[in-house]
Ligand binder design. Structure first.
Ligand SMILES: [Zn+2]
Length: 231
């Protein structure tokens, strides 16, 4: 009742096109979501993610299973939404994308084999700087859909790495190697590792390696987007 009144007085608008949101829509309208141009079907994004990792790393670094929602470009409405999520303090957007990513994983039907979701951690100083970790928000949205716990204490980011944007592959790999270490707790055996965007895979490959040192047997990757051109 009160919610309905508030909606009438202050209609919520889409953060991208500024049109009033319909009932059931949150932050981004259905029309704008369509414009993000999702990968066709449940497996296309994962295949793209795996082939991106394969293009930069040894076969053993390629995740056994992978999911991704959108091809990522460095401009356009998806870029704008991801930027709001990461830097604009639009925390609920991460959850919203996470729910969609969770649905995608669920379509494959093998999510029940995972023990936990692990968000790629930020260094604690960067976490303070940004006030939240977008990967944790994504993981939390996924956790609700997949009914899996989120494990944050089995993986730590020990290096404060600057932005990866604009770095070539060699620099990224060097930047990320040794950026993660096992956390205070042992890793669950079968883990779904989550991040916002995969560009070359350097971050997730390094994180997965630390998780395996922490006790993980299998690490699958899930991201909102995979960058289309090589970074
Ligand atoms: Zn819109």
């Amino acid at each position: 009742m009160l919610d309905g009144l508030a909606h009438l007085l202050f209609p919520a608008v889409c953060i991208l096109c500024r049109k009033p949101l319909d009932k059931g829509e949150e932050h981004i309208c259905a029309g704008c979501f369509d414009e993000f141009n999702p990968f066709p079907g449940a497996i296309a994004g994962g295949v793209m993610l795996q082939s991106t990792v394969r293009g930069h790393f040894d076969e053993q670094a390629v995740p056994s299973a992978a999911w991704s929602l959108y091809p990522y470009q460095s401009s356009g409405s998806l870029h704008e939404a991801m930027h709001s999520m990461k830097y604009g303090g639009l925390f609920p957007l991460g959850e919203l994308f996470g729910k969609r990513l969770g649905e995608l994983v669920r379509q494959n039907g093998d999510h029940a084999t995972f023990d936990a979701i692990v968000p790629v951690p930020l260094h604690r100083l960067k976490r303070i700087e940004r006030s939240y970790n977008q990967s944790e928000a994504i993981a939390s949205g996924m956790a609700g859909v997949l009914r899996l716990p989120v494990a944050t204490e089995c993986l730590e980011r020990c290096l404060y790495t600057g932005t990866q944007t604009g770095l070539g592959m060699e620099a990224r790999r060097e930047n990320m190697a040794g950026a993660f270490r096992p956390g205070r707790k042992r890793s669950p055996a079968r883990v779904l590792l989550v991040d916002d965007v995969l560009t070359t895979g350097a971050t997730m490959v390094a994180a997965a390696k630390a998780l395996k040192t922490a006790g993980a047997v299998e690490v699958a990757f899930a991201t909102i987007a995979v960058t289309e051109k090589e970074g």
